[in-house]
Write a protein that binds this ligand. Sequence first.
Ligand code: ADP
Length: 651
Amino acid sequence: MLDDDLDGKLFVIKDARSALEHQPLAVARLKQLLNRIQRHHRGAAAVVLVSETLHIPPQIEAQITLLPLPLPRGEEIVEQIGRVCRECDLLVPESLQQRLQAACSGLSQEEIRSALAMVRLQHEQINDAALALIQREKEQIIAKSGVLEMLRVNASAADIGGLENLKQWLERRAQIFRRLGEAREARVQAPKGVLIAGMPGCGKSLTAKAAAGLFQLPLLRLDIGSLLGKYVGESEHNMRRALTMAESVSPCILWIDELEKAFVGMTSGSGSEVSSRLFGYFLTWMQEKTGAVFVIATANNVAALPPELLRKGRFDEVFYVGFPNAIERGAILDIQLRGETLELDDEQRRQLVSQCRDYAGADIQNAINEARETAFLADRALTFSDLEAAIDSTVPLRETLREQVAEYEEIFEKLKLKPASRCDGLSVAQMIQMAESANALRREEVARNEDCPDDLLEKLALDPVGEIRNAVYRNPNCPERVLTLRINIDEGAAGFDRELLHLACLHPHAPQDLLASRFQWLALKPDQRRQLAVKSSHESLLRQLLHDEDTEVRVALAHNRHLGIDGQRQLGKDTEDAVRLALAGNPLLSGELQSLLSRDPSGEVRATLARLPTLGEKAQLNLGQTTISTSCLRWRLATLMRNCQRRCRWS
Ligand code: ADP
């Protein structure tokens, strides 16, 4: 070539990538040739590099013009189908023409040829099975491109818990998309796409998949990671190819997952050149795309996205997906438990919803999977306790991503993105912002909110305003950690506050062992001790309350079903009738104490005992033999009537 006269010559280098990649000598020779053409044969000779994938060595980049060959469209596809079918004698029924054309869109001439040739091996004419075969072939070809993946999904909007605003918005767009021709005539703009940004594990990908069902369109996933090639120019080429492919498959949904990855380094100021070019290309495409491609872009880190992308007009709408609120958590629980034999009652459901307050949907799913695993290994059906234990032991995403999550939530709030959830109360992002407010009333509102996450309650427990601290300890979801810290502050030490101490002691989440060990020092008022005596189940704490000087406290204790035999013995000897009376009504009273109280000097105690549904035979006999006052006889008779099925022997 060097000696040849180059005028009037066209050099075609096939499979240019393998000819030039890692071949410095070949690249140098090519460069020499290009220089000669440029200097002495301009316009009279040319080199054409043909390659399936783009590879331009940097040394010759300036001398190369890129000419992408688009995939065949509309008429070209029909022509190619007609040609191949004639050649291989494959019949296409009139009724299936359209579907065959749709199945072949997105394929190159050669790919259409090989797909139809493969069909011909099994079928003489196009039918449903043949179309399915082409579809599978196409999925493989698309997957092999390494940039796009065709997903088969069967998610529907019913699989998404909450996110009502987003679901409703998508439903409207789907309706327009289904009637695109009519919509265009009515001058309704064709939907472009939506950006869904927000917390990880909160249903963004799930929504993209459900949208495919809603729109009844194929779903193509664009993998940003594989888009970013290591060669100069490769990323753009990949992006161009992916977008062209999506257009040729249209109508379809193009799901761009983790969109922020395409723009790494752009917002930091250093500005990666590749990312900027990619971004520019993507924006132009979004603006000018003609094919019916509905883009659903999802992103976790909105801070990494260029602000131009969030501007109205690029996407039809930008939605923010936050952590699910109580109603949404309930809906997610129901969805994830669908098909289980376990039926939760209202109280159990409410408890689980409250237990997973700052959980993402993915955390709830993980906890339920773990509970299922536990039940399976124990060879039994799933129970409420399995769920309770699994949720308890799950470390939510929000905990592990604490720093980022707080940052993201602030950004979402600042950008005023449209919330995906329909929320009556406060969202976590709003609460985070309000907890910082200079307005004490706002902070107090957060402290009182039952949906407030633990970390915010911990922060507000140290608030300088007393009412706010107070609201934290009154919050039914005040975390145990906050209560423990409060109970541990000694009198006289900094931060000691008796009112808060007492609120902490009476909180249902207060650690009972700690209360028991510090009981003498707590100086609780009789009414507070009574409240503990009613509900505590801690043995040592109950033992300390047995000797309480206040009768009401001992009465409350006598009612407590967790009272052990020693406690019952102690209260059975109590000099106050009211205490023994309460004990006589305790359904878990032991046989020994029943016998003792059946000989009690107080007729009222004996009458109460007589009504006990768990009354043993010995006590029944004793009660039958004792003389009781006429006023109590009524009790006894009534009991007798009720107990007759027990073969009562004291008639
Ligand atoms: P991301 O927001 O990170 O894309 P995904 O959509 O992948 O999160 O969620 C992971 C899993 O968590 C889903 O497959 C689904 O099972 C569960 N999940 C998350 N959010 C919801 C929700 N709102 N409704 C039902 N399931 C959910």
